[in-house]
Design a protein around this ligand. Structure first.
Ligand code: FE2
Length: 455
């Protein structure tokens, strides 16, 4: 009996979260509808997928070996699907393979690069937070090497770099438990090399999953899910727990001053909560508007995966000059994995897309919010289909904000297979423009991107 078939007391090993145990390459995929001929490239998605058996009582969903799934589209066809484990030393050993080349210092930790997969400077990287390196992948998702960005990455990276749409540079907020009460802001140039680092003092060691940028600031999420030394000493898979006494606050590092240091960061306290993912942030006069998928807490009672209450889409208006903050719920529908038109990162925007979240973080609905009207379109195909993170792909550089497609992997419970569904973003509740059928299941995972061949 494989791990995927065995009933599990750990909800994060069951259902459409259960890992697969085989790498496959499948060509000439069946398609329903019409794949837009503008789409030349790969849809890639990363997620935790442990090899073999794990300790079900202790397994934390965030820590499984990384597996990247990819679908290549070209000339209106779906040329291939493939899935590959991301080879760090542990994965190579488990697969009885030689270790991949590594530029990473031996004294730095390596663990599963399982959270996101991005394109930058003509390369593809599987990435993770908390001190482990980016892993460079080939176009066909084979592991090329464990990277330190040509020797320029001091140590930790992040699973959520943000591309500045004006410069193409990546902005990154990194953390590592060994740094103590400190995180590190990085700017990675269009050449793929780190060109700026700023160490920022925090109150403890926060689990800092993402950042937001505006034209004026890089935002630091110093929130109450923090490194717990006792838990680490006892061998916890992910020793970051909710701290009831921690001051939830957001830092604002000026971007307009390239010499800004930790001393220049302005802090604004907010009511206790946790968020992994901002939808977007932007300047509005002296204030900053921040939208994020707000969890009431994180890793307080449930310490094997998110499970402290529904994540809801929330807007904060924050004033770094006065310290004022105001919080309002935009949509109380449980949702996560917020995405937008990426050319509007850091700028005023109208539309956002999310995956609805069911019990135990199961895939659920597909949503679009209109921040001008407040309207939410929620595409619900349950019980048959559950949607993963939606990615927006613009039809052209200069079209209307939602002129393009929303692309998402979804799990078909009637066949236990998955497909890649493409919707016209202006008609999310209409039939898909195209569906690429996969004869295998893609487990629910984390993040992905459309990486155009011309990028
Ligand atoms: Fe994430």
């Amino acid at each position: 009996m494989t791990i995927a078939e065995r009933p599990s007391p750990n909800p994060f090993l069951a259902g459409n979260l259960a890992p697969v145990q085989e790498e496959v390459t499948i060509t000439d995929l069946a398609v329903t509808g019409t794949i837009p001929t503008e789409l030349h490239g790969r849809y890639l998605r990363n997620g935790p997928n442990p090899i073999g058996a794990v300790n079900e009582a202790k397994y934390h969903w965030f820590t499984g070996h990384g597996m990247v799934h990819g679908i290549r589209l070209r000339d209106g066809k779906a040329e291939w699907y493939r899935n590959r484990w991301v080879r760090n030393p542990e994965v190579s050993r488990a697969l009885n393979e030689e270790a991949k080349p590594s530029d990473w210092p031996a004294k730095h930790p390596t663990f599963a690069a399982n959270t996101n997969v991005i394109g930058h400077a003509g390369k593809t990287f599987a990435i993770v937070e908390a001190g482990s390196p980016p892993v460079e992948l080939s176009y066909d998702l084979e592991t090329v090497k464990i990277s330190n960005l040509d020797g320029t990455l001091p140590h930790a990276f992040s699973a959520h770099p943000k591309h500045d749409p004006q410069t193409g540079e990546m902005h990154v907020m990194a953390y590592y438990w060994g740094w103590g009460n400190k995180v590190q802001y990085l700017v990675v140039g269009v050449d793929g090399r780190v060109r700026r680092t700023v160490d920022i003092d925090t109150q403890g060691g926060p689990m800092l999953h993402d950042l937001a940028i505006t034209e004026k600031y890089a935002l630091v999420f110093d929130l109450p899910c923090v490194f717990n030394l006792d838990a680490a000493m006892k061998g916890a898979g992910l020793p970051y727990y909710w701290d009831h006494d921690y001051n939830a606050r957001i830092g604002f590092l000026p971007r307009t001053n390239e010499k800004a240091t930790s001393a220049d960061v302005k802090w604004v306290s907010i009511d206790p909560c946790y968020f992994f993912h901002p939808m977007n942030a932007y300047d509005d006069g002296d204030e900053v508007v921040l939208d994020a998928a707000r969890h009431p807490k994180m890793f307080d009672r449930e310490r094997r995966g998110p499970g402290e209450g529904d994540p809801t889409l929330t807007r904060w208006r924050l004033n770094p000059l006065t310290g004022a903050s105001h919080e309002a719920c935009l949509s109380d529908r449980p949702q996560e994995f917020p995405r937008i038109r990426e050319s509007l990162i850091g700028h005023s925007y109208r539309f956002g897309y999310c995956a609805g979240i069911g019990k135990d973080f199961a895939q659920d609905t597909l949503t679009k919010i209109d921040h001008v009207s407040g309207a939410v379109v929620a595409r619900k195909d349950q019980p048959r289909f559950g949607y993963g993170e939606p990615v927006f792909i613009p039809r052209s550089q200069h079209g209307a904000e939602d002129d393009g497609w929303v692309m998402a992997l979804r799990h078909d419970t009637t066949t236990d297979t998955s497909d890649l569904a493409l919707f016209d973003a202006t008609a999310l509740d209409a039939d898909p423009v195209a569906v690429v059928h996969l004869p295998v299941r893609v487990p629910n995972g984390f993040h992905g991107n459309w990486i155009s061949d011309s990028a």
